[in-house]
Design a protein around this ligand. Structure first.
Ligand SMILES: [Fe+2]
Ligand SMILES: [Fe+2]
Length: 146
């Protein structure tokens, strides 16, 4: 297991927490596939990893889009800023997959998961998602004077 569900920061909107829990579940499964493929580079292990990675990309696209739709509907003040972090992360994980498809360098994938992904996710939830969820819930920014 790469991330323990219980270590994930919670935000004020349950629909967002639920998506983050699903995300962690897929990430843990994918990490397991990465370790399997590192151990044995079989066609079967490769296929399982590729399918799981694609599932993760689709889930992440939906995860980000759902937050963005809500932000637009509710007129969130830092929409561009939040969406920009989503865009950068999404292109990063897609690029990583394309690289892997080309090189089959499993260590690069493993390295990203162990050293970049968890800290990115936790940091994004603690900052962008936390402020956004608070705004959804109360209609206010943390520094609002009214
Ligand atoms: Fe999120
Ligand atoms: Fe987000």
């Amino acid at each position: 297991m790469l991330i323990n569900k219980n270590d994930l920061p919670l935000v004020s909107m349950d629909f967002m927490n639920d998506t983050h829990f699903e995300d962690v579940e897929i990430i843990n499964e994918l990490y397991k596939d990465i370790l399997e493929y590192e151990k044995e580079q079989s066609e079967l292990n490769l296929k399982s990893l590729e399918d799981k990675y694609k599932e993760w990309i689709t889930h992440t696209e939906n995860h980000f889009e759902t937050e963005e739709i809500q932000m637009r509907e509710k007129g969130f003040f830092a929409y561009e800023f939040h969406k920009n972090e989503h865009n950068m992360n999404l292109s990063e994980i897609k690029q990583l997959f394309d690289n892997f498809e080309e090189t089959k360098n499993i260590l690069e994938l493993k390295n990203y998961f162990e050293n970049n992904l968890v800290s990115w996710l936790v940091n994004h939830i603690q900052t962008m998602d936390t402020v956004t969820a608070m705004f959804f819930k109360t209609g206010m920014s943390p520094c609002a004077m009214h």
